[in-house]
Design a protein around this ligand. Structure first.
Ligand SMILES: NC(=O)c1ccc[n+]([C@@H]2O[C@H](COP(=O)([O-])OP(=O)(O)OC[C@H]3O[C@@H](n4cnc5c(N)ncnc54)[C@H](O)[C@@H]3O)[C@@H](O)[C@H]2O)c1
Length: 451
């Protein structure tokens, strides 16, 4: 994003969210983050304790675990990782946070021995999501399972079926669905309609990854154990995301987060996709493209919209963001809280709260900055706060809290990403492979999204 300077103009000191309140729209995120989605217990309230097991403690499992240590009422009592290195690390790290957890290498043993678990969090390679989720649900345990739901649609369907059969909760880890910034953006686009009609979306994730991951000498998992859990060898175990047997490629790994948002904000699933990509740079054994560019078409309630999406593993510049382009304005958004700007078209209707909103000069234009979780002191109002701690929370914490609070109070708190929602995203994402293989436009029928 060129010229991403954030020079404040003198227009006003008030934040965008405060501006929304001035416009009579109400403190949007307070409502949006209220009872329906998060209903987080106040610090004075003592939330009922939930006993949690962790399965898979690599990069993402570690993130979920650290987030959990910040959530009141969560006690991690068990942690499992097939790689003893990670399992031992988890046990030690949890001790430091006063969670004395039993550790396991075999998730089946964890499920068998840990009686009284309320939930497990699963952050293993995608191909294991279905068997692990099904086993946990059938053991009577609620599940938070990472995205992509599975690397096959058959796996996704089995997960939906297991959830329906057992009646336990299943949250899928598309965490933007619980993020107050995304909930506010949805309100701006779909309720307040500040952007007019959204005709185009531009999304990207540029992340330069080093060539294959390795492992310290002497830490190899026994070949028999690897095979028992479905891996060909240590190299594939460490680099599962690049192999079809275990993962879904860059579009599932990174793209699924954002393609999920496209459908959510457009209130429509795609009707077609074209894509181009290949293993063009890395000279190793990877099976999935190292770069993909795609165009989705949607029939939205307002008419046709197109979304361009790119995911590159060869460059990191400009990282990850989504740009929603409407006839009255454009909203640039990212999970990175530094990126949230709304640009108005010059002839767009004046917004009632516009002059009150804080504006910044960025990308060669004036933008209204999207801010959440900022507490401000002003003369006329003592404290302006969007939930106060919103800015401090990491993106995954909201989604975990939505899950935990839904377990505690299922009547009041509904999951923001139940399996049916994640299934639709998996259909949108996994079909790109067909477009890449056939080098042609692939269409979706509405029935494909039903499960
Ligand atoms: N929501 C997000 O923002 C986000 C971010 C990154 C990854 N993810 C998802 O999280 C999952 C894990 O990704 P990652 O980046 O942490 O990968 P990773 O390779 O860093 O971690 C995977 C972990 O699972 C362990 N594992 C593998 N097989 C196992 C088994 N049979 N039993 C127990 N443990 C096993 C591995 O030893 C490793 O520690 C993937 O589904 C990925 O798509 C989500």
């Amino acid at each position: 994003m060129e010229n991403m300077t954030r020079k404040k103009s003198n227009v006003s000191r008030r934040s965008f969210i405060q501006g929304l309140a001035v416009g009579g729209a109400g403190l949007a995120t307070v409502n949006l983050v209220g009872a329906q989605t998060l209903a987080a217990p106040t610090p004075e309230e003592k939330p009922a304790e939930l006993k949690i097991g962790m399965i898979g403690i690599g990069g993402q499992g570690r993130t979920l675990m650290m987030n959990c240590t910040k959530i009141p009422g969560i006690r991690i009592v068990a942690a499992c990782d097939l790689w003893p290195r990670k399992k031992d690390w988890a046990g030690k790290a949890l001790k430091k946070f006063k969670h004395n957890a039993n550790t396991y290498v075999d998730y089946r043993e964890l499920l068998e021995k840990e009686k009284g678990l309320d939930a497990v969090l699963i952050a293993t390679p995608d191909f294991l999501h279905e068997p692990m989720t099904t086993a946990a649900l059938e053991a009577g345990i609620h599940v938070y399972c990472e995205k992509e739901m599975s690397n096959t649609l058959e796996g996704c369907r089995k997960m939906v079926a297991s959830q329906r059969k057992t009646g336990k909760l299943l949250q899928i880890g598309h965490q933007r669905r619980s993020n107050p910034r995304y909930l506010l953006a949805d309100k701006i686009i779909n309720k307040d309609k500040y952007l007019g009609r959204v005709t185009h979306i531009n999304g990207q994730w540029n992340r330069c990854k080093p060539p294959f991951e390795t492992w310290p000498k002497g830490t190899e998992i026994d070949q028999k154990v690897l095979e028992e859990f479905g891996y060909v060898n240590m190299e594939q175990f460490r680099n599962w995301r690049w192999f079809r047997k275990y993962g879904g490629g860059l579009m599932a790994d990174l793209g699924s987060h954002q393609i999920d948002i496209f459908s959510w904000f457009l209130r429509a699933n795609p009707k077609s996709v074209i894509a181009s990509g290949g293993v063009d740079y890395y000279d190793d054994k990877r099976e999935f493209p190292d770069n993909v560019m795609s165009i989705y078409e949607y029939d939205t309630p307002q008419g046709v919209s197109r979304a361009f999406y790119q995911v590159l593993s060869t460059t990191s510049f400009d990282s990850y963001r989504e740009k929603f382009m409407g006839t009255n304005g454009t909203l640039i958004l990212s999970e990175d809280p530094k990126v949230g700007f709304m640009f108005k078209e010059p002839d767009a209707p004046r917004l009632a709260w516009e002059e009150e909103a804080e504006q910044v000069d960025t990308m060669g234009a004036k933008a209204i900055e999207l801010k959440i979780g900022q507490s401000r002191q002003s003369k006329d109002q003592k404290t302006e706060s969007m939930g106060g701690d919103a800015a401090k929370k990491k993106p995954h914490q909201w989604h975990l809290e939505n899950f935990f609070n839904a377990i505690r109070d299922p009547e009041k708190v509904k999951l923001t990403c139940p399996p049916e929602v994640a299934y639709e995203t998996a259909v949108s994402v996994l079909k790109v492979e067909k477009a890449l293989e056939t080098n042609s436009k692939v269409t979706f029928s509405p029935d494909e999204f039903k499960v």
